[in-house]
Design a protein around this ligand. Structure first.
Ligand code: G3D
Ligand code: MG
Length: 277
């Protein structure tokens, strides 16, 4: 199933002890406060989210906040689709540190990343440990303006407050950016073989996933209508030419209706490569 989903890498940013690991563990495992879960190096957690428009597999990168681990941190920024910047509600210096240190480095290393075309990756600010805050603290955070962030959310890994929301929100934003995360689908296709019906189907599905504008349910319908069995049951080598051509033709029809010249040109290109065999 997973190959039909959009994979999105998300980075957690923020100083030691703001609660990065606690937030991700609350989200992924619904746990809080287990000692053995302290971060060693980089941990990648995987979580699938289903939206109306399709499935997103979040690869959440949790890193050590210590400054001495910079090179590891920066390596983890490669290929990022968005970030959750975490501050501790009881320590406003953790916010300064995001602005002065974490964000510039994240931006620098994602800007240099050639797999990312668009420079403005989604980024949300999470002010964690809400359960420890008094009214004055809350007011102080509310009074700031957060223009550089797409959203600001109070959270508590301890109580679970807003934890689900934070990750769904970044996933939704990262999914929307799909057109920008790969430079050019043509380049991707031109580098691979389109020889068998299975190859052609792979390319078509990759294209849909890249464009991200056909709802998951509709995709299932089109596959079924083309005679191709349900998603999970597809085995590339068992797909017949007639089925894939039918499927490709239906997609072409959809993108012609949308007047999407880019999609049409890519389908033409893939079909051309296949038919030249
Ligand atoms: P980090 O991954 O950013 O370094 P951790 O931070 O997730 O390791 O959390 C650091 C400490 O803060 C942990 O306590 C953890 O239990 C606590 N913590 C994390 N989130 C919250 C929260 O929302 N509320 C409260 N009250 N505490 C939180 P210890 O005692 O293990 O150091
Ligand atoms: Mg940690």
């Amino acid at each position: 199933m997973e190959e039909w989903a959009f994979k999105r890498k998300i980075n957690l940013l923020g100083d030691v002890s703001v609660g990065k690991t606690s937030l991700v563990l609350r989200y992924v495992k619904n746990l809080f406060g287990d000692d053995y879960l302290k971060t060693i190096g980089t941990n990648v957690y995987k979580k699938q989210i289903d939206f109306e428009s399709g499935r997103v597999v979040l690869m959440i990168n949790d890193i050590m906040g210590e400054k001495t681990f910079r090179s590891v941190q920066e390596g983890a920024f490669r290929g990022s689709s968005g970030a959750i910047a975490v501050a501790d509600i009881t320590r406003s210096d953790t916010y300064d540190s995001l602005l002065e240190d974490w964000l510039p480095r994240y931006k620098k290393f994602t800007d240099e990343d050639e797999s990312i075309k668009d420079k403005s990756l989604p980024m949300i600010l999470v002010v964690n440990k809400y359960d420890l805050a008094d009214e004055d603290m809350i007011k102080e955070w509310e009074d700031r303006s957060y223009e550089i962030f797409d959203d600001m959310v109070f959270s508590s890994a301890k109580t679970g407050k807003n934890v689900e929301y934070i990750f769904s929100s970044i996933a939704a934003r990262a999914q929307l950016d799909i057109r920008f995360s790969v430079k050019d689908m043509k380049e991707v296709i031109s580098k691979r073989a389109v020889e068998t019906p299975g190859d052609l189907l792979d390319v078509m599905l990759a294209l849909c996933s890249f464009l991200g504008d056909i709802p998951y349910e509709r995709m299932e319908e089109i596959l079924t209508e083309s005679g191709i069995d349900k998603f999970g049951l597809i085995k590339s080598h068992e797909i017949s030419e007639i089925e894939v051509i039918r499927f490709t033709d239906k997609l072409l029809g959809i993108y012609k209706k949308k007047d999407d010249e880019y999609a049409i040109s890519i389908i033409d290109m893939a079909l051309g490569m296949y038919l030249q065999q």
